[in-house]
Design a protein around this ligand. Structure first.
Ligand code: ATP
Length: 263
């Protein structure tokens, strides 16, 4: 088992942000975490990485319970790609694609240590696997938003994380860049050993690689399990308190408002 939360509650400033969280992630699974704004998705990820501590309940990551494991060791094995991280990277915008990827080895923002030949080889492999070799020498500053996201995923992979968190990676991307990013994620899931937790508001981003889904509403798990059982018209209609019709086309989920009458 990779991660387990038992009966977790999180209270901050007198407000219950998460409650009754029972969730298990196993090797070989990739999870989509779906929730509206303010549902508690970021808080949930902060608990996984030990940036927040639960008010009640227990959390184990990689088989070790919190409090029994140095958090910096744990975090080295978790890659987290988010918009706030991408903003921090702006201070090192002169770095090239390969330099940014290499910095992931040292968990630093910016490259201060001399990488070995093995590191450079690994970074080159990642560039190739993600289909972004052409960004190798290009400055981060000059990359498009979608290219930056793909480089940051590469950076996270450099540390060979057991768990990779992609926090709304398609935010701000145009439809073409979004499709390119999704296809990169698809390829990566195929070739890397890492388990992905993918946070999103959008059902069309939930690729077939996401075997499992967790639907979070107002700080509680609304439902969880195999994606194909979660993303049904009935379940999603109940989840959003609005009748919706879910269909699948080319292995992608589509959502339409309103139920078809069938007549
Ligand atoms: N320190 C805090 N004190 C009080 N409330 C907080 C604190 N941190 C988060 N919250 C609240 O907890 C709720 C969940 O926040 P969170 O950022 O986890 O949501 P989210 O699902 O990631 O939302 P979004 O999709 O908009 O990013 C929000 O209502 C937020 O205002």
């Amino acid at each position: 088992m990779l991660m387990q939360m038992q009966d977790v509650r999180l209270i901050r400033d007198g407000k219950t942000i998460l409650d009754d969280i029972n969730w298990e992630v196993n090797n070989g699974e990739h999870w989509a975490i779906i929730g509206m704004n303010g549902a508690g998705k970021t808080a949930l990820l902060n608990l996984v990485c030990g940036y927040l501590y639960p008010t009640k309940g227990t959390i184990s990551v990689f088989g070790k319970q919190f409090g029994h494991y140095p958090l910096n060791e744990l975090r080295k094995q978790i890659g987290w790609v988010s918009l706030s991280f991408s903003e921090k990277m702006q201070h090192h915008a002169d770095n090239s694609g390969i330099q940014i990827i290499l910095s992931g080895k040292f968990a630093s923002i910016g490259l201060y240590e001399q990488p070995s030949w093995n590191d450079i080889e690994k970074a080159s492999e990642i560039l190739e696997q993600l289909g972004i070799e052409r960004l190798r020498e290009q400055s981060y500053r000059s990359m498009s938003q979608g290219e930056k996201q793909r480089i940051l995923i590469g950076r996270a992979l450099m540390a060979s994380p057991k768990l990779l968190i992609l926090d709304e990676p398609c935010t701000g991307l145009d439809f073409l860049s979004k499709e390119l990013l999704l296809s990169t994620i698809n390829q990566m899931a195929d070739k890397q050993q890492t388990t992905i937790l993918y946070v999103t508001h959008q059902l069309d981003e939930i690729l077939p690689i996401f075997t499992h889904s967790l639907l979070l509403r107002e700080g509680r798990i609304f439902s969880q399990g195999l994606t194909k059982n979660q993303l049904t018209s009935e379940n999603v209609s109940n989840f959003c308190n609005t009748p919706v019709q879910i269909s699948q086309e080319n292995n992608r989920y589509l959502l339409e408002l309103g139920l078809k009458t069938g007549v």
